[in-house]
Design a protein around this ligand. Structure first.
Ligand code: 6IA
Length: 141
């Protein structure tokens, strides 16, 4: 199974610890095409040495290739929102995860979207359960 993991880069790297945990868990279920998104050394300046055009062409190719999109949406990101919309038009499954923070909630374009499955967590340790439950139902459908 090819998994596209989406997480904020230019939107801010505040939730990089969640991205790392998610990618660690996702590797149990398939090939993660975008492991670099979780990389601690990647800053909100992005990947060094590659052009924006290259990134766009490579990432949209992977979005067309993937079997599922898993997005961490706690930190709002234009790129992640774009990726969710792109994959939705391809009718592929989408799971969004977000960390519960007082006074904050995800965009209605995600939480109100019937094509998107959404799960929240308080602690990083909950991510493992959310993903195992998701992939069990994914395989049985
Ligand atoms: O708008 P954002 O940068 O927060 O968008 C993040 C999302 O878009 C991630 O899920 C990635 O899949 C994708 N993405 C956007 N920019 C990059 C990037 N470098 N490197 C890898 N993936 C990206 C940024 C530009 C750099 C040349 C300075």
């Amino acid at each position: 199974m090819k998994i596209y993991f989406a997480g904020s880069i230019k939107g801010g790297r505040n939730n990089q610890d969640s991205y790392e945990m998610i990618v660690h868990e996702l590797k149990k279920y398939g090939k993660v095409l975008t492991e670099h998104v979780a990389d601690k050394s990647l800053t909100d300046k992005g990947e060094m040495g590659v052009t924006d055009k290259y990134i766009f062409q490579r990432d949209t190719k992977w979005l067309r290739e993937c079997d599922v999109l898993i997005a961490e949406i706690t930190t709002p990101s234009l790129g992640v929102g774009y990726e969710i919309g792109y994959v939705e038009t391809l009718k592929k499954p989408i799971l969004c995860l977000y960390r519960k923070i007082d006074g904050k909630s995800p965009s209605a374009m995600i939480s109100g979207n019937p094509s998107v499955k959404i799960s929240s967590y308080n602690e990083l340790a909950e991510i493992q359960k959310i993903l195992s439950k998701y992939f069990i139902s994914f395989v049985s459908n």
